[in-house]
Design a protein around this ligand. Structure first.
Ligand SMILES: NC(=O)c1ccc[n+]([C@@H]2O[C@H](COP(=O)([O-])OP(=O)(O)OC[C@H]3O[C@@H](n4cnc5c(N)ncnc54)[C@H](OP(=O)(O)O)[C@@H]3O)[C@@H](O)[C@H]2O)c1
Length: 259
């Protein structure tokens, strides 16, 4: 059942069809926001998320759009405008940049198309989404980007992915400066290893044994769950976080501290 914390608010979430993005969609909708989320290809999963939101009393719509293509990102936002207008909501209140792809390969083996694809989806896609959202947030609003603890705890094989997330973190800092005069807050959440389900980023890039090792290294004794990240996003877009902008919260169960 939807609550009222975000009643009358609109939210766009990228990569909402599964994993962490799905949890963010469910949480923002449960808080009362109308949510439009993007995905790339898994239409069945996206439809299921819409059905799950509606079954819980919320409002959501999904849009297939490849974040690597600026015209498709623009189409996602135009579709969102139309959905929100039908609900009597004008403008955009919340953007959550969540979608990303991973690439685990030694630097010496990364091909140019692989490099370009990761940068196009993760960095350029986020940049263009911020541009689109900022045009629709005349006064006030929140932008949150999901990044990764790999920018401070690097791992072999993650050069391009890590660089793409470093770009997202710098976009966050500069956008916080540029958009502050309009009361728009811009923050990031650095996820630690999070079990985003079968086919999700963690399970695709690690063995079960590696996940157990990471859980053992983590002060709070487990890997993350998608809801761990979604709840932090919900906090950042809430009035309780009104004094936070340009921040990067390390949501890692203590694996990465501060910094
Ligand atoms: N899971 C972790 O351990 C972990 C750790 C650190 C940071 N993160 C970050 O957390 C976020 C979510 O991770 P996750 O594990 O939940 O990911 P995930 O399960 O792989 O889900 C990715 C989502 O992004 C969408 N997506 C992928 N490529 C896209 C594209 N080109 N255009 C539009 N949408 C696209 C996917 O849609 P389709 O299914 O239709 O392709 C899906 O909805 C990412 O930013 C990731 O970097 C995750």
């Amino acid at each position: 059942m939807a609550t009222s914390a975000l009643a009358g608010k609109s939210a766009v979430v990228t990569g909402g069809s599964r994993g962490i993005g799905r949890a963010i969609v469910m949480r923002l909708a449960a808080d009362g926001a109308a949510v439009v989320f993007g995905y790339r290809s898994d239409e069945a999963a996206a439809k299921q998320v819409v059905a799950d939101v509606e079954a819980a009393g919320g409002q959501a719509m999904s849009v297939a759009a490849d974040l690597a293509e600026p015209a498709e990102v623009a189409r996602l936002f135009v579709a969102a405008d139309e959905f929100f207008a039908k609900l009597g909501i004008s403008g955009l209140d919340i953007l959550v940049n969540n979608a990303a792809i991973a690439l685990v390969k030694p630097m010496t083996e990364v091909t140019e198309p692989e490099y370009d694809r990761v940068m196009a989806v993760n960095a350029k896609g986020t940049f263009v989404a911020i541009q689109q959202a900022a045009q629709r947030m005349p006064q006030g609003g929140n932008i949150v980007s999901v990044t990764s603890m790999t920018t401070v705890m690097t791992r072999p094989g993650e050069s391009v992915y890590t660089a793409s997330k470093a770009a997202v973190e710098q976009f966050t800092r500069v956008a916080a400066d540029e958009l502050a005069e309009r009361g728009i807050r811009v923050n990031a959440v650095s996820s630690g290893p999070t079990d985003s389900g079968p086919g999700g980023m963690l399970r695709s890039s690690t063995t079960a044994e590696q996940r157990q090792q990471v859980a053992a290294m983590t002060p709070l004794g487990r890997v993350g769950e998608p809801e761990d990240i979604a709840d932090i996003v919900a906090f950042l877009v809430s009035p309780d976080a009104r004094w936070l902008t340009g921040q990067n919260l390390r949501a890692t169960g203590g694996l990465v501290k501060g910094c």
